[in-house]
Every structure is written in C-alpha cells, then in structure tokens.
Ligand binder design. Structure first.
Ligand code: ADP
Ligand code: MG
Length: 729
C-alpha cells in the first residue's frame, strides 16, 4: 500500500535548488524598468501633462479627461514597446486580495484589419462585472455596477505582458468598495490639517504625507509536502500536528545562513520586485524554522501599500517555480512563532523633513514633539479601533500568544522620551511661565536628538513602538493589506491634530503667546493619554492586570474586537473627517464578520474531513495490527510472557480507542454547532457563534489527534509531520 506522506517526502527531497537568476552587474540599470514612473513619463509626455499628473498625487477625485487621453496614449506606446499585449485595472477589493480583469489592446476592425486601442476612456474608468466581490450590501446584485477609476498617484506597471493600472473600486452610488479610496481620502485629510499645524512652526511646509516601511514575515513549505496537507491547501495553516522534538528553542534559525534553495527563490523574486520599482532591501531568516522576512526601503504610504500587495503576489508566483509554497498566514504552525507585518509609520513633508525625526533646534524639536504627542493622544483615544482594524481569524492566534504583541494596545517610547514628556508635564502650568522656565524647557527640548540616538528600541513586546524616527505598528497580521491600519492611523492622527490646533488657537485668542499655547496643549494631551504608555514586558501577566487597572481593553477575539468599528466614537471620527460614510463603515464591519465566520467554517470543515478521512482510518488500521498481534502472541508465547506484553499492548489499544471515540464525539458535536451557526441570520451573530461555540472544538479535537500521532506507527501516518514541513528545505 502506498503512503501519500512518503511519496510526498520522496518528491520534496528530490527537489533541487533552482538556478538563481543572474543579477545584472548593477541593479540600478534594471530598477523600475517595468514601471510607467516619473522617468518614463518625462520621456513620453509633454511637460505640462507630466506636471498635471505629478501634481495629482493622493487625490480621491478624477483627473482632467484631456490629460488622461494624452497619458493613455503615452502609456500604450510604452507598454507596446515593452511587449505588453493586454491591459487591466488593478484594484484591491474588500476580500483582501488584488483583482484584475484583462483586456487585449488588440481590437479587430470591420475590414479584417485590426489595431491596438487604448485611450483616456479605458484608462480612467472601467466597469468590471465584479458583482461577486464583497460589498457588505452596498450593491444589490440587480444593480451590481462597480467601477474602477485610475489612481494617478500610483504608477502603472507591466506584469506578465499586461499593463496594470492601479485603480480605486467604487459602487455606482460612489461608495468605496476597496482599500485604496479611503486610504487616499485619509492621506488627504491628514495632509490638510498636518500642514496647518506645521505652518505654526515652518511656513515653507506645504505638504505632509505618511510614509510606510513594511516588514513582511512568511513561511516557506516544500510544494509536495504542502499538497499532502489538505489543511494547508484549504486554510493556509496546519490544523493538526504534534510539536516536533526540536522547534525554535535552539534559536539557531534566526539570522542564520539562508539555505541555498531559499536564497535562490529570494533572488528570483527580488529581481522581479526591482523591475517593478519596489525597493526591496533586507532579507533574513526569522525565529521559527522555515520562517523568513523581507523589508523594503520605506515609501510614500499609498505606493508602499500597492507594493506590499504586489510583492505578496510575486512571491507566490515565484515560489511555485521554485517548488515552494509561501504561507502568509499569521499562525501556520502551533508551537513556533507566527508571522506579522510590521508597519513602520512616519510623516514626511514637501521640504524633505521627517516630522518624527527631531532636528537641531528647539523649534524643530517642538514640531517633532507636537506630532509625537499627537500620535500618542490619537492612539489613546482610539485604541479599540486600532485593535479592531488588525483583528482577523488568523491574527487572533498571534496577538497575546507570547510571541507577538498582546491584544492590549499600548505604546513604547523609551525612557528618554518618557523623561521629556515628564518634564513637559511638570514644568508647564496653566499659568504664564516665567522667561527662565521657558528657556529651561526649550533647552531640554533642544537635547532630544542626542538623547534618542542611543535609545534604540529593544522592547519587542509592544504593539506600537517609537523607534527613533518612526512608529512601528507591530500587531498587523502578515496576510493583511496594510491599507486598513494606515487608514486608521492617518484618520485618528488627523482628528487629534485638528483638536490640537483648535486648542492652541483658542489659547492664542485669549492672549497666550504661541509657544506657551503649544506647551500647554501638549501638556494636556500628555496627561490625557499617559495610560497608553507602557515600557515594561508586554508578554507578562502583570501587564494584563495593570492594563485592566488602567482601564485599557484587552480583547482576545475578532468578533468582540470588531464592535469598536461601528461604535459612536468611530462613526463620528470617520463621518466627520469624510473618510467613510456611515454606510461604508457598517458595510466593512459586516464584511469582516462575514469573513471571520467563513474562515472558521472552512477550517472546521477541513478539520472534520481530516479527522474522519485521514486520522481515524489510520488509527483503526494500526489498532487492528495491534489486536492481531495480541491474538498471535497468545498462541505462541508462554502465559507469563504473554501477560507482560499483552497488558501494555492492550493498554495502548485502549488508548487509541479512547482517542478515536473522543475525536468522533467532538467532531459530531462541532458539526451540530456549525449547523446552528449557519442558521443565524446576521453576519455578526454568525461570527460570534462560530467564535464561541465552534472554534473551541478545534483544540479539543487536535489534542486527541496529536496524541494519536505519537502512538501510531510512523509508517502508517499519512500526513506530513511538523518535523518534515518545518525542516525540509
Ligand atoms: P529595524 O527595525 O529592523 O531595526 P530600521 O529601523 O532600519 O530596521 O527600519 C525598519 C523599517 O522601517 C524598514 O522597512 C524601513 O523602510 C522603515 N523605515 C525607516 N524609516 C522610515 C520612515 N521615515 N517612515 C516609514 N518607515 C521607515
Ligand atoms: Mg523593525
């Protein structure tokens, strides 16, 4: 009898290292070669058209049609010269993937001739029949029209002979159905108020935009082994599997030498990324076996989000060529670390300044402090929304699991900056400061840059850490689109800056001088948001108790976390800033519940299938062998000897029997619960029920399956084991 696991292992071990691509002698020659970026546009477009496109960055409104016609014509010539045959609108619907629908440039004409067609109309607006993408009730299927509209702030690119045009995706009513449109809106809302605040310090600042540097963690699994694990194929994670004798405890994988098969894969996808102008820079082994990370140089946030989505797609494609599968799931394997996507976030200006980087004068440092404190205040005010935005079935396994930030949102800023905030709080009073006091305070503020230099962040347990010149949001899941977290960060910061500006203006109206008005407002903000600052160990039990005392919420699962998405506070935040209408917000909330319920449903079905069709039959087969063996021994062994061996053997047979019965019982109950869940009317009730009533069976079933795995003859076990999935490279 053939065993699927062994034939998969044979195949996996036979997979050899694919040849790594030849790098050109200089990457700069190839960097951005497949992108219709500024360099190409300058070549292909008249000066005024180029300027119009360049000036239309991060706007959620359409560009002038005449401009679009000229850009389309240039894009077409460029794309055809690069061998492109098709074009598509590339967008990010709410299912979390990217979507594209290809059309050929080639258009037949009546007289048996044909021509390559692509004009402003095709560039600017398309109507894909995308009625099967999630809309949370924003589109009725009988009026399913959805439009994709060109986003001139993100450059078009060529993948696989197709010109891809980044677009937003909206319903026919104008409501957004994607992650890009609200991101652009949030960027522009933030720009407006941040510029107003900056101008209190520096009149030359006319534009502020968020920057994002993501760090992407992932696992690689050999393709043959992947296919022999239906749970990986169906759900992206293992639902079963005994922890191997050796996991990550030796800490020998982190930053270790990259295996040649893996390095060859990395080189191949990096080359693809560079051609698309994605500034991929860093690669290394992560903590868990077969876990890796890559990080690019940071970019303007809208483009960085596009690039992260693109890279995930490229990695998936290239991995297949190298006979790997990439797992972006947040927790593919129990017992070793899961994967996150750290979002490094900062703000840049048209003057080339990083607003979260302290400068050389007290004035620039006060500007720094203003943004620094406003972010703290914003996070304090909307911590639950931040928790909600990163919530997903996958990320629930990570957050608070002592390997990733806890589910409690807090900020780490380091002892030096804590000291500065303490000083500010102590020294400033709600009364006029003496000139001496002011000088002392300014002197203190002047010292910031020197203080921060050695204050690099070593606290890996914090969900949000200040790391010298940026905040690092570490709680984002590895499979997530970066868009939603950025939308929240931009919007809550914009909201906080608006309140800040109002309070400063009010004090100034009452005759307080500008610096002092700023000091006083910052002091108030610091006092109001102290609670969110935490410098200790985020993994510790004490923090859970301390956070509770402070009144910080600690929400362990997605359905509960999502409540903050549609709280009155969140609604007024988004509606007032114009980033989401109430309908759009509720639609997103509904889609997230729906998605959660579906993920647990699929996992539960896969688990039941594995238990019933793989585990139990294997267990019975082995049990029968043992039973036969006992019968045979009885015939030939002397009674004393028979007694000794058979007693233990019968004990094992009984153990197997207990495990089989428990599995059968739990699977039966789980299926009953699933039926109840599916009968519920609304997505939020379904997701809550799946979470509370169905999910708990996973661990119960797994416990018995994993026990069987160690009892049963290795030769009979059909599913690749952890030691194979994690250590075959
Ligand atoms: P590490 O966190 O591993 O010590 P760095 O601090 O150098 O490494 O950078 C980590 C990530 O932060 C990189 O992806 C980088 O692009 C990003 N980053 C650096 N500066 C900024 C910035 N101003 N805005 C956004 N991201 C940034
Ligand atoms: Mg980092």
């Amino acid at each position: 009898m053939s065993n699927r696991r062994f034939s998969a292992l044979d195949k996996a071990l036979a997979h050899t290292t694919q040849k790594a691509p030849d790098y050109p002698s200089r990457i700069t020659g190839l960097y951005g070669a497949d992108v219709f970026g500024d360099r190409v546009m300058r070549d292909y477009l008249p000066e005024d058209v180029f300027k119009a496109v360049a000036g239309h960055k991060n706007k959620a409104e359409p560009i002038d049609r005449k401009i679009a016609d000229q850009v389309a014509s240039a894009m077409k010539s460029w794309a055809l010269s690069k061998g492109a045959t098709h074009y598509c609108h590339w967008f990010m619907p709410l299912n979390g993937a990217t979507a594209e629908k290809h059309d050929a440039f080639f258009t037949p004409a009546l007289d048996n001739q044909s021509m390559e067609m692509f004009g402003g109309a095709q560039l600017v607006l398309q109507e894909p029949d995308a009625s099967s993408l999630p809309s949370g009730g924003l589109r009725n299927t009988f009026e399913a029209r959805g439009y994709t509209a060109w986003d001139p702030s993100s450059p078009a690119f060529i993948v696989d002979n197709t010109l891809c045009i980044p677009t937003i995706f909206i319903a026919y009513t104008g409501e957004s159905l994607d992650f890009k449109m609200p991101l652009l809106k949030s960027i522009s809302v933030l720009d407006k108020v941040a510029v107003e605040v900056c101008q209190m310090f520096d009149k030359s600042i006319e534009q502020v935009f968020p920057t994002l540097g993501w760090e992407q963690e992932y696992f690689l699994v050999d393709e043959a082994l992947f296919h022999a694990r239906p749970d990986l194929v169906m759900t992206g994670r293992t639902l079963l599997g005994h922890i191997p004798a050796k996991g990550q405890q030796m800490e020998d994988h982190y930053f270790g030498a990259i295996p040649s098969r893996v390095s060859s894969f990395m080189k191949a996808f990096e080359l693809e990324a560079w051609k698309l102008g994605i500034p991929v820079k860093t690669r290394h082994n992560e903590v868990a076996p077969n876990q890796y990370e890559l990080a690019p140089v940071y970019e303007e946030a809208n483009i960085a989000v596009d690039h992260n989505q693109l890279v995930m797609g490229i990695m998936d494609r290239v991995a297949r060529k190298h006979r790997f599968r990439v797992l972006f799931h947040e927790k593919p394997f129990a017992g070793v670390n899961g994967s996150g996507k750290h979002n490094n976030y900062s703000l840049a200006t048209n003057t080339g300044k990083n607003l979260l980087s302290p400068g050389h004068t007290p004035k620039t440092n006060l500007l720094f402090l203003t943004f620094f404190v406003n972010i703290i205040k914003a996070v304090h005010e909307h911590a639950e929304l931040l928790r909600a935005v990163i919530a997903s079935a996958g990320n629930d396994h990570r957050l608070g699991a002592n390997e990733a930030p806890p589910a409690i949102v807090s900020i780490f800023i380091g002892s030096q900056l804590t000291g500065i905030l303490d000083d500010l709080e102590k020294m400033v009073k709600e009364k006029k400061m003496s000139p001496d006091e002011k000088t002392e305070l300014k002197l203190n503020i002047g010292k910031i840059p020197r203080l921060i230099i050695d204050n690099t962040d070593r606290n890996r347990t914090s969900p949000l850490a200040f790391t010298g010149n940026k905040f690092e949001f570490r709680a984002v899941g590895s499979s997530a689109n970066c868009g939603p977290s950025l939308i929240v960060l931009n919007t809550i910061l914009a909201d906080s800056l608006k309140i800040f500006k109002k309070q400063v203006d009010k004090a100034m109206d009452q005759g307080v001088d500008k610096d002092e008005a700023i000091f006083r407002t910052l002091r108030r903000f610091i006092m109001e948001s102290r609670n969110i600052l935490f410098e200790g160990n985020g993994y510790g039990e004490e923090w859970v108790r301390e956070a509770e005392k402070r009144g910080l919420s600690n929400i362990s699962n997605t359905p509960d976390a999502l409540a903050a998405y549609i709280s009155d506070k969140t609604k007024s935040l988004f509606v007032e800033t114009g980033v989401f209408s109430e309908r759009e917000l509720v639609a997103r909330w509904e889609i997230r519940h729906e998605n959660y319920a579906k993920v647990i449903q699929i996992e539960s079905r896969s688990l039941a299938d594995l238990a019933g069709n793989h585990i139990i039959p294997t267990a019975i087969r082995y049990q029968n062998i043992l039973v036969e063996n006992v019968r045979g021994l009885k015939e030939i062994l002397p009674p004393e000897q028979f007694k000794r061996q058979s007693e233990l053997q019968v004990y094992v047979i009984g153990k197997i029997s207990d495990h089989i019965s428990s599995i059968r019982q739990y699977v039966k109950e789980m299926i009953e619960k699933r039926k109840e869940a599916n009968a519920l009317e609304t997505p939020e009730h379904r997701s809550a029920f799946y979470c509370r009533e169905v999910l708990p069976y996973f661990d119960k079933i797994r416990y018995h399956v994993d026990k069987l795995e160690v009892l049963i003859d290795d030769e009979l076990w059909t599913l690749p084991k952890y030691r194979e999935l994690l250590f075959v490279k």
